[in-house]
Design a protein around this ligand. Structure first.
Ligand code: GLN
Length: 443
């Protein structure tokens, strides 16, 4: 807590702190002294992205709309971690409602990259990555709809893990695009990510999309290596628009994998070209529906309905939502609407199916796929803020895993001019264990 007090004025990873954290740790300490059994998370300060509910704690989604929202229940991941005596040190910053990839769209101001505070930390789980990278905590939970765990992990040099869709319960995660998003851990090592996954994964009766992973132990045999494994290098993710420094780090990572006994070969997934367009069409549609509830009647702030008719009230109430969320909601109203759905929304769904078919075919031949997590290095705060489309394109390497439900991990790979570069590995659905083994070998 002292460290957070000392450095967080500069980094702005935290939106709120748990004032009771130290007392809670002392309580658990008493349990140890009296010989009681304690959970596996004892002694681990953990931060939580502020779109995951902790009972009786403010959950703002970095939005003015939810400025005073206090969660009435615990997300399943929180319940599970509490059972292991985790101490939540605080809630961390994000792009408003997890829409963005730089944390600059937080209504409470951006977080800063601890490697160079003039640069963005990535996003949307920027606060999570900063808090882990800057030693303000040992692990964090973020959410990944199109890269929001992996992108900031890559920009801040931490591990970021997006599991197979359904492996971790979304109950208590405030939805952005629920058909493709997952909660995932950000940690300093692959082993820590596997440790977190052991604790938070599995079936949950509160989330019908969860799967039973039979209490898989992701830590066991994590050091098995990747000898003889076939790894596909996704051509479309190292092509146009990639920074030459990132490309050379990728080539280096491939040589390292070959040195470890893997067989690497290029593979083309040509649907990747359309993945960003499909992703933004689908996510805007789901966001338009998921965020419709923020009309200030059920959630919101003190603003009387007197003197307004319905539409003008809603219009005024929604002014609390920031520019990026507003853009997405306008898009989300338009693309699935009568007369346009065939041209946009249904096309996007077709791309999603074709991409899934292509990646499934790739996994008939390969055990894993590799790409850089992000095709560019972290950029300066403010550099891209006025160009939303340029920001969208940065997601090109991360959205495929979400659209197809596959597990993917970003691991710190190298540092160039003081800025981190992360590598991404992708595995087939439910091959999370193999993915962690490969990441451990490459780390
Ligand atoms: N940048 C993407 C978006 O803005 C990803 C966000 C996320 O994964 N939550 O939608």
């Amino acid at each position: 807590m002292d460290r957070i007090q000392k450095i967080d004025d500069t980094l702005h990873a935290f939106l709120s702190l748990n004032e009771k954290a130290v007392d809670q740790a002392r309580e658990i300490d008493k349990k140890i002294k009296s010989g009681e059994k304690i959970g596996q998370c004892f002694g681990m300060p953990i931060s939580i992205k502020d779109n995951i509910c902790i009972k009786d704690t403010k959950t703002t989604c970095a939005s003015k709309m939810l400025e005073n929202f206090v969660a009435p229940y615990d997300a399943t991941v929180i319940t599970k971690l509490k059972q292991q005596d985790a101490i939540f040190v605080g809630k961390v910053n994000l792009d408003e409602f997890a829409m963005g990839l730089s944390t600059e769209f937080s209504a409470y101001g951006p977080s800063k990259n601890p490697w160079n505070t003039d640069y963005v930390p990535g996003g949307s789980s920027g606060g999570s990555a900063v808090s882990v990278s800057a030693f303000e905590c040992v692990a964090s939970l973020g959410s990944d709809t199109g890269g929001s765990v992996r992108n900031p992990a890559s920009f801040c040099s931490t591990v970021g893990y997006k599991p197979t869709y359904g492996l971790i319960s979304r109950y208590g995660l405030i939805s952005y695009a629920n058909s493709i998003e997952q909660i995932g851990p950000l940690t300093r090592t692959v082993e820590d990510a596997a440790f977190m996954l052991n604790l938070i994964s599995g079936h949950d009766s509160n989330d019908n999309t969860t799967v039973d992973n039979k209490n898989e132990d992701y830590l066991k045999d994590i050091d098995s290596g990747i000898e003889g494994k076939k790894i596909g290098i996704i051509k479309e993710m190292i092509g146009e628009g990639i920074d030459p420094i990132v490309l050379s780090a990728t080539r280096d990572a491939i040589s390292k994998l070959e040195g470890l006994g893997a067989i690497c070969e290029e593979i083309s997934l040509d649907m990747v070209k359309y993945s960003v367009a499909a992703y933004y069409t689908i996510t805007a549609t789901e966001a338009g529906s998921n965020l419709a509830r923020y009309d200030n009647l059920r959630y919101g702030y003190d603003f009387s309905v007197e003197g307004y008719e319905f539409n003008s009230y809603i219009e005024k109430a929604r002014k609390k939502l920031g520019p990026e969320v507003t853009r997405r909601m306008i898009l989300g109203g338009f693309v699935p609407s009568a007369g346009h759905a065939g041209k946009y929304f249904l096309k996007a769904l077709k791309i999603k199916s074709k991409l899934t078919r292509q990646i499934n075919e790739a996994f008939e031949k390969f055990d894993l796929l590799i790409s850089p997590t992000v095709p560019i290095l972290p950029f300066r705060i403010g550099e891209k803020i006025n160009d939303p489309v340029a920001l969208f394109l940065v997601d090109i390497n991360t959205v495929t895993a979400n659209l197809t439900g596959k597990p993917a991990i970003s691991i710190p790979y190298s540092i160039s001019n003081g800025l981190p570069i992360g590598m991404q590995l992708i595995a087939n659905s439910m091959n999370d264990k193999l993915l962690l083994q490969a990441a451990y070998a490459l780390e």
